[in-house]
Design a protein around this ligand. Structure first.
Ligand code: SF4
Length: 350
């Protein structure tokens, strides 16, 4: 797999990760910053220490590592750059179609160096047994440069393939845990989806957003997992949370302060609707929405967060019902005496 001439290779939990040194050099040489912010997902943060050291030595530039979590390109710090005196921020580990996001943040990809051939052969055997011939292929940014090779190999193995078609800044084939345009835009043409990578979180989302059979194609464990049944269970839990919130008389509606998770209009919409239905609502803002922070509040029966939908959907450690925006819309329909409707059949879950 060729990424670029100069790369940094790190091994994290026995998996090689390739970070493009060329990309970092090119940004620094072009922008000539005096002070750089660096950030990465937790799994890469120690590699970022090496990179910061290297940048300081080679370019004589001061670096600040932004140690807060960065879960995705939604979780960036353009608004903090000025007060930290940063000329730019290099975010390592997330990528999009575009390299720059906002006024300060440059995305540098980190890709797994892993071979998909064995697991694609396994996938082919399974799909043939199930009589599936047309497949849609999607992935995450850490396999960005492998998607086309995988598609060619699937074609050689006798499948008709469609690469996802993205919207906005995402590259074709890319999905987020809340953004499934890539899959939905080709859904009519395929019988099933292959999610390339080891993330149940993303594969479940593809399945629920498209309502198509979805397989997680995991090259690390060399296994192909039909995620469809798991998705049904996930959906049942999400619906159960809505019913638990139905009896609440007071709601906390939480807006995130994270730059790409700031959805104030949705929060105000939910507040207005619930108040019209006779519920009391207090608005909150919070950067990291965690159960320990909410535990200090008394007198709130249920919460709705309009930040990352996966906070409500994937975390079970909240003491009170916690709903995402789309779950809240289902609750509002229910409170109006309507059918709860489909809370997942959307390209974007906020
Ligand atoms: S699923 Fe959450 S963390 Fe991922 S891109 Fe969406 S808002 Fe960000």
């Amino acid at each position: 797999m060729k990424l670029s001439r100069s790369v940094k290779r790190f091994t994290v939990l026995e998996v090689s990760i390739i970070i493009s040194q060329d990309q970092i050099d090119e940004i620094i040489q072009r922008e000539r910053p005096r002070r750089i912010g660096l950030q990465a997902p937790d799994g890469l943060i120690n590699q970022v220490l090496n990179i910061a050291n290297d940048i300081s030595k080679r370019y004589g530039v001061e670096t600040i590592i932004l140690l807060d979590t960065t879960w995705g390109t939604c979780d960036i710090n353009n608004l903090d750059a000025r007060r930290l005196g940063l000329d730019l921020i290099i975010n390592i580990g997330h990528s999009l179609r575009t390299q720059k996001i906002g006024s300060y943040t440059y995305l540098v990809s980190a890709e797994y160096d892993v071979d998909f051939r064995n697991v694609l052969e396994k996938t082919a055997t399974l799909l043939k047994k199930k009589g599936i011939k047309n497949v849609g292929v999607v992935t995450i940014s850490n396999h960005k440069s492998q998607i086309d090779t995988c598609i060619s190999y699937l074609n050689q193995l006798g499948f008709y393939t469609e690469k996802g078609i993205a919207e906005g800044p995402l590259f074709d084939g890319q999905v987020f845990g809340c953004n499934f345009y890539s899959a939905r835009n080709i859904s009519d043409k395929v019988d099933a989806f292959l999610f390339l990578g080891q993330s149940r979180f993303h594969a479940l989302g593809v399945c629920l957003s498209t309502r198509k059979m979805t397989f997680m194609v995991d090259p690390f464990f060399n296994e192909v997992v039909d995620i469809t049944e798991e998705a049904k269970l996930f959906e049942r839990k999400a619906i159960l949370s809505i019913y638990k919130a139905k009896d609440a008389s007071s709601f906390g509606v939480i807006m995130s302060l994270k730059e790409g998770q700031f959805f104030r209009n949705q929060a105000l919409e939910v507040k207005e609707e619930l108040e019209r239905l006779g519920r009391s609502v207090q608005l909150f803002s919070l950067r990291e929405i965690r159960s320990d922070r909410l535990k200090i509040l008394k007198g709130i029966d249920a919460f709705i967060e309009t930040a990352c939908p996966r906070i409500a959907l994937d975390h079970e450690d909240f003491d009170k019902p916690m709903l995402s925006y789309q779950q809240a819309m289902g609750l509002i329909r229910l409170l109006k005496g309507q059918d709860i409707g489909d809370v997942f059949n959307y390209p974007f879950w906020v």
